[in-house]
Design a protein around this ligand. Structure first.
Ligand code: 5GP
Length: 139
């Protein structure tokens, strides 16, 4: 399967469409999901053109996981969470909808289920949640 340069996350990386960034380094970019399934739901992506784990190099996967762990710890603190759920889908049959590798990071609280997929979030609330994550990362 080919990488599509016009997928929505490629456009986010090129700043052609806006995103609520919480963290970036030389290899990875982390930003809020616009259809959050939990408060603080964010996505970690590689900066390179990677479709999913099937064409990622071991180095790209390791770089993503380093950022996933950093952000996982940050959301635990920012949302006083009890746990963190990671989700990652590969190809349409595997549940992937955006064809640029991404890891979902969802802070979780005991007894609270994730919300249904496909529901647009309130951007003011999402920005406030991003502010909390950025504050933890800067502390
Ligand atoms: P998946 O490919 O993992 O099944 O789903 C893609 C994820 O990307 C969904 O959780 C969806 O809410 C999120 N998403 C889709 N389009 C955008 C967008 O334009 N901006 C942001 N921040 N997230 C998006």
């Amino acid at each position: 399967m080919q990488y599509d340069n016009d997928n929505i996350f490629a456009k986010i990386l090129r700043k052609e469409i806006p995103s609520e960034c919480v963290y970036e380094d030389d290899h990875t970019y982390a930003f809020m999901d616009i259809m959050p399934r939990a408060d603080g739901h964010l996505l970690v992506i590689p900066k390179g053109p990677v479709r999913n784990i099937l064409d990622a190099s071991p180095e790209q996967l390791a770089q993503c996981m380093e950022t996933v762990q950093k952000l996982g710890k940050a959301v635990m603190q920012a949302f006083d969470a009890d746990g963190v759920t990671l989700q990652q889908f590969n190809e349409a049959a595997g549940g992937q909808e955006v064809f640029h590798l991404h890891f979902h990071v969802l802070p979780r609280h005991e007894g609270i289920k994730t919300r249904p997929p496909g529901v647009m979030g309130d951007m003011a609330k999402i920005k406030a949640q991003a502010d909390k994550i950025r504050a933890v990362l800067q502390s």
